[in-house]
Design a protein around this ligand. Structure first.
Ligand SMILES: Cc1ncc(COP(=O)(O)O)c(C=O)c1O
Length: 393
């Protein structure tokens, strides 16, 4: 078998100075833990504002609800996509006004809608007549926007058929909202998270454009807002187009479909692309072992796995860059977590490697883990505490 020296392209993810800072910061902390770099979140916010200057940002809090992240984005002027009353309480506690919030979950209890309304929120997503009924009772006169079903093809983490309605149903909902005394405000879609095919925005924007025209011509409703969801990528193992490329393409799709009359308000709801690159999980190698004398690849067991916050490795959907310091030739490995559950295997199909020098007790660095990790970590499964998170000082 041909030998190749181990080499990890750290420069694709961060400077070596930044890496050394993170390492030094975490030196005395018990692994596993997440380190968040707020400078990266600030840069991500500014990049989105610069590349898509016409779009209002509603940060999807679920991606990383750390108070420090939310407070930073509050100060930068972001708005927020809120999934639950618990996120709402957090945002209000941190001094974000209700006019900067949208209740963006299509699945909601009527009493939670009432709670949002009581706190001053007037912008709600919907995708079904029963949900619209609830909104009309619990949040009378509010603005509603209609989420379209998308296929999520091309996305590493598709949100699939759980959310949204077919355009036929969306038309009915638009009419129904008028009858219920609500303000039909706009159309939304989410193209699928970590969407690597910008074409997904093209088809959704085309459908949205048709609905805007239908509403104006057939229902005498002037929709004002287009919400293009999240989906913008973070830097994992498999490369994506640049944000610049996404922005150029999306602007062209808007021009093609809305011509001179763009929606009065265009919204994006980034989560992963805002927080993903800002995080590094520092973990430790617990064991390196083969299952049989002749097994080809060793298993590398880390002290973090699916239940410690890396649930997006399900079906190896999200491929986090994993950096082993060390030297020597590259050895192909299977990567697994520490719990007693047999589904706690991170990667056995995709080729991950470690250097020859890697040993039990070494630290490993799992990059681009700022989004959808800590908030997913389990509460004491096998006794492991939820993932600790620190802000890089
Ligand atoms: C309604 C809504 N908006 C935005 C997002 C954020 O998407 P992403 O992390 O792909 O940017 C999500 C993610 O689940 C979502 O459900």
């Amino acid at each position: 078998m041909e030998e190749t020296p181990y080499r990890f392209p750290l420069e694709n993810f961060m400077s070596s100075e930044k890496f050394e800072r993170i390492k030094a910061f975490g030196k005395d902390k018990e692994t596993p833990f997440l380190v968040l770099d707020l400078d990266v979140i600030k840069a991500n916010y500014e990049a989105l504002r610069t590349k898509l200057p016409y779009a209002k940002v509603y940060y999807a809090v679920k991606a990383n609800p750390d108070d420090a992240v939310v407070s930073l984005l509050r100060d930068l002027g972001s708005n927020f996509d809120v999934a639950t009353r618990y996120e709402l309480d957090q945002l209000l506690r941190l001094g974000v006004g209700p006019d900067r919030l949208s209740f963006g979950n299509t699945i909601k209890k009527e009493r939670d809608i009432a709670y949002f309304y009581e706190k001053g929120v007037r912008l709600f997503v919907t995708d079904s007549p029963s949900d619209l009924d609830k909104i009309s009772r619990a949040a009378p006169g509010s603005k509603v926007f209609f989420r379209l079903l998308t296929e999520g093809l091309g996305a590493d983490w598709p949100l699939s058929k759980k959310f949204g309605s077919h355009p036929d149903l969306a038309r009915q909902l638009i009419k129904l909202s008028v009858r219920l005394g609500l303000e039909p405000y706009g159309i939304s879609f989410h193209p699928g998270s970590q969407q690597r095919d910008v074409g997904a925005w093209s088809s959704a924007i085309t459908t949205a454009g048709q609905l805007f025209r239908w509403a104006r011509e057939e229902a005498n409703v002037k929709l004002k807002m287009l919400n293009m969801g999240g989906g913008f990528p973070a830097d994992y193992v498999e490369p994506t187009d640049t944000l610049q490329q996404y922005a150029e393409d999306i602007s062209r799709f808007l021009d093609n479909n809305f011509k001179a009359e763009w929606p009065e308000e265009v919204i994006i709801e980034p989560g992963r692309s805002m927080a993903g690159n800002a995080g590094v999980i520092v973990a430790e190698v617990v064991n390196i072992a083969k299952k049989s004398v002749h097994e080809r690849y060793p298993w590398v067991f880390l002290d973090i796995g699916k239940f410690g916050g890396l649930i997006e490795t399900l079906d190896e959907a999200i491929k986090y860059p994993i950096y082993f310091e060390g030297s020597g030739n590259a050895r192909e490995i299977i990567v697994a977590g520490p719990t007693c559950d047999s589904m706690d295997i991170l990667y056995e199909k995709w080729t991950y490697t470690m250097p020859d020098s890697a040993r039990i007790g070494d630290r490993v660095y799992i990059l681009t883990t700022g989004a959808y990790t800590q908030s997913y970590s389990s509460v004491y499964f096998n006794g492991f505490p939820p993932l600790s998170s620190y802000i890089l000082k």
